[in-house]
Each structure stands twice: as C-alpha cells, then as structure tokens.
Design a binder for this molecule. Structure first.
Ligand code: SF4
Length: 430
C-alpha cells in the first residue's frame, strides 16, 4: 500500500494514538477493535490465530502445561506467527494489534454454537495462562490494575448486526470450519495407485473415517450422498484418475441395485463433474477434518463424518477393539474424544496403528493421514506404483513413483466455499 506524506503522517498519528490502547503485551480483550481493516488483513489475522490456537490445543494434550518444552514450543509458534511472544518485549505494537483484532474475529466465528464456544474458550484460556505466568510479579500487578475484571456476556449478541454484512458473514461462518494446510486437490499423485491396491491400503493407511466408508461400500455396494462425496474426493486426492474413479464406482454399484445403464446416465456425469470435466469445471478439493467434523453430520444409514466425532463412544470402542487396538490405547483415544479433541484422538489412533510414539505432525486432513502413513510404512520412501494387476497388493516390488501430497498452501478460505457451490451435483442420487 502506498501513502502520500500527509497520509503517512495521519497514519503515524493514528498509530501513535492506538499505541496507548496496548500498554501491555498481555491483553484482557475488554474492548472490541473499532478501526477499519482491509478484508485481506482480516482474513490473514484470523487464519494465523486459528493456527496458533490449534498449536495450543495440540501442545496442551501432548505436554504438561507449564513445562519448559511446552513453553518453548509455544513461544516459538508465537514468534513465528508474529504475535507478542514475551511480556517484556517493547515496541511490539503491530503484534499487540494483531493479537487484539484476531482474538475478536475468532470470537465472532466461534460464538455460534456451544461446541465451538467451548473449544475457543479452552484454547484462549490456555494461551492466556501461559502468557500471564510469563509476567514478572510487578507486571502481573500492573496488568491486574490495568484491567477491571467486570464481565460482559456473550459476543453472540453482536451477530445480528454482523450478519447483515455480506462480506463478513461467509468468512466468519467458514472460519470455524477452516483448514489451513496443504491443498490436496492438486493431483501430483494421479495414477500412482491401482484399484487392486485399495482394499489393502484402506486397512493400512486410511484414516478411520475413510476405512469405515470403504468397508460400508464393499459390504452394501452403495453409499449415500454424503458418503459418496466424502469418500470420492478422498480417493481422488490419493491419486485415482477419472477413468479409475469411474471404473471403481461402477464396479461396486452394479454389484448392488444400480444397473450399468443407470450408472452411466446418472453417476458417471457426477464423477466427471467432481474431476472438473463437467459443469463449472471446478476441480473439487478433498474434505479437511474440520469440514468433516463440523458440517453435515451423518444420519441413520450414513457412513460419512468423523467416527471420533460422530460415533457413539461405545460403538467407537467396539470398532477399535475389532482393529486390535490395545485396551490402554483405547482408553487414551476415548479420553481425547471425551475432551472433544477429535483430531488428536485420530493422531493417537495413527500412533497406535503405526507403532510410533509421536506422530510428528499435526493432523488436519484425511489425505495428510494417508500420505504420512505411506511415508512411514515405506521407510521414508513414497508409495510405489502397482504394476502388477493380479489383484494382490505388493508392497516390496514395483517402481519408484512418488505419491507425495502437494505442498501448495490453500490460498484462501473463500476458495472452499466457492468449490462447494455445485457440489450438490456430485453423486446427486441417494
Ligand atoms: Fe477422518 Fe480427520 Fe476424523 Fe481422522 S480426524 S477420522 S482423518 S475426519
């Protein structure tokens, strides 16, 4: 952005004035921000705070709060994302401003349901506790004098006025479901697996949500709308070509109640659509965990969704037992589920099924689960292409083709919303 000297002066003056708003690196967020900010900044502040809170959640489960490792990892993240990272640091106006504004943006996004509120409050509380404990005694005293502890209930009352703003509402609605990792729609993996491999891969490397969908499809030769969308896009993300997807779904469906003609006339169009070959020609993105967890909950007869979020705990326990997870592991998973840490429960499941102590990454996407599993199972190498069509999954021969996920970052949350338009056309029939 370019400023004339007069504008620059004005800007500096305004900035100087605002500095008085932030006498401490630690804030109690008593007053919402009143300045106008560009939408781009609004979005990037929100995404960065969401990243930060995800790290707070993950550290809170993996380490004892207040230990040196916990503190040093959290400080590193605060530094990286340019939030105030040390109470005594001076001249961190931009970081304090970002901290203030981003907190209120996420308040708006996360005040919309009890589940979201609880998650947001827990992470903000942990973050605040860490920062408060980093203060010296003097600063603690000053901070407590500076804030008054009066409490005003529930941001949600501001929503009606926000809801009339066409620019902000979609962004806020999307934020609580948003995903900030690699974009698995870019198919560098295409053609790297054969259909014969899918059964074995589903047991070895699919996350529970996809393993459940695959089993249901094989058993009943059918999946309802939500399941077809969730599973179809996942398979596309792991590398099924359009031709393979057509063959895969057709073979399975015609073993059930759908005849070949009906498949070709109805479902085939929808599959081509999801590969960007029909309609708006949008290349649809596989669903992230947050999308699966937060939207379109399964009803009776559905198999989509996240088993850690949507299954009855007793059923989940039985499922884990049937997968030969040891009782202590099942207890750990169920504890995480009880605390509503669904993705962390999935990470624990990964650790238990891959026999590793620390997964070493933060799980956000079913396709990420698959990719990381393949890397691990192949000893750091990537999935080898199946050249033998005999129907057996062969782990130890074959060529050296790569199935690495794309590392292209998702550029905008709005992208996902755009992509959802028209997705109803994907597998439209139940
Ligand atoms: Fe699937 Fe994500 Fe749930 Fe794991 S946490 S089962 S990858 S939706």
């Amino acid at each position: 952005m370019q400023f004339s000297s007069r504008e620059r002066q004005k800007h500096a003056l305004l900035a100087g004035d605002r500095r008085d708003q932030y006498p401490h690196s630690l804030q109690f967020y008593l007053e919402p921000p009143t300045e106008s900010i560009p939408l781009v900044e609004f979005e990037s502040f929100a995404v960065d705070r969401l990243r930060l809170l995800k790290v707070v959640e993950s550290l809170g489960v993996s380490y004892v709060r207040g230990t040196d490792t916990y503190k040093s990892k959290l400080e590193a993240e605060l530094r990286k994302l340019k939030f105030p990272y040390r109470a005594l640091a001076e001249d961190d106006y931009e970081a304090r401003r970002k901290d203030h504004i981003s907190h209120f943006i996420l308040r708006l996004a996360y005040c919309q349901s009890e589940d979201l509120r609880r998650w947001f409050l827990q992470q903000e509380l942990d973050l605040f506790r860490y920062r408060f404990n980093e203060l010296t005694g003097d600063l603690m005293q000053k901070f407590l004098e500076h804030v008054n502890l009066s409490f005003e209930a529930l941001t949600a009352r501001s929503l009606p006025s926000i809801q009339s703003d066409e620019r902000l509402l979609p962004l806020l609605n999307h934020l609580s479901h948003s995903y900030v990792g690699p974009d698995y729609s870019v198919q560098k993996n295409t053609g790297k697996i054969s259909l014969d491999q899918i059964d074995a891969l589903s047991v070895r490397s699919f996350p529970l949500c996809m393993r459940q969908l695959h089993r249901a499809l094989r058993d009943s030769h059918h999946l309802r709308h939500g399941g077809r969308m969730q599973y179809g896009l996942f398979l596309k993300g792991i590398g099924l070509t359009l031709e393979q997807a057509l063959e895969f779904w057709k073979k399975e469906f015609i073993r059930g109640k759908v005849d070949a003609d009906k498949f070709d006339k109805g479902y085939a169009y929808s599959i081509r659509h999801s590969y960007g070959k029909e309609g708006k020609r949008t290349d649809y993105t596989p669903y992230s965990c947050m999308k699966i967890i937060m939207s379109n909950p399964p009803s009776q007869g559905d198999y989509h969704g996240c088993p850690f979020r949507h299954s009855d705990p007793e059923l989940l326990k039985q499922k884990l037992q049937s997968y030969k997870i040891p009782p202590s592991g099942i207890t750990q998973v169920l504890e995480l589920v009880k605390g509503m840490h669904y993705q962390l429960a999935c990470q624990k499941f990964f650790e238990l099924t891959h026999d590793v102590d620390d997964i070493g990454f933060s799980l956000n996407h079913p396709n990420q689960y698959f990719t990381e599993s393949q890397k691990l199972l192949n000893g750091g190498r990537e999935l080898k292409k199946e050249v033998n069509n005999s129907g057996n999954f062969q782990q130890k021969n074959n060529t050296q083709d790569s199935i690495n996920s794309s590392s292209t970052p998702t550029s905008s949350n709005a992208k996902a919303d755009t992509e959802l338009e028209g997705l109803e056309a994907y597998f439209t029939e139940d």
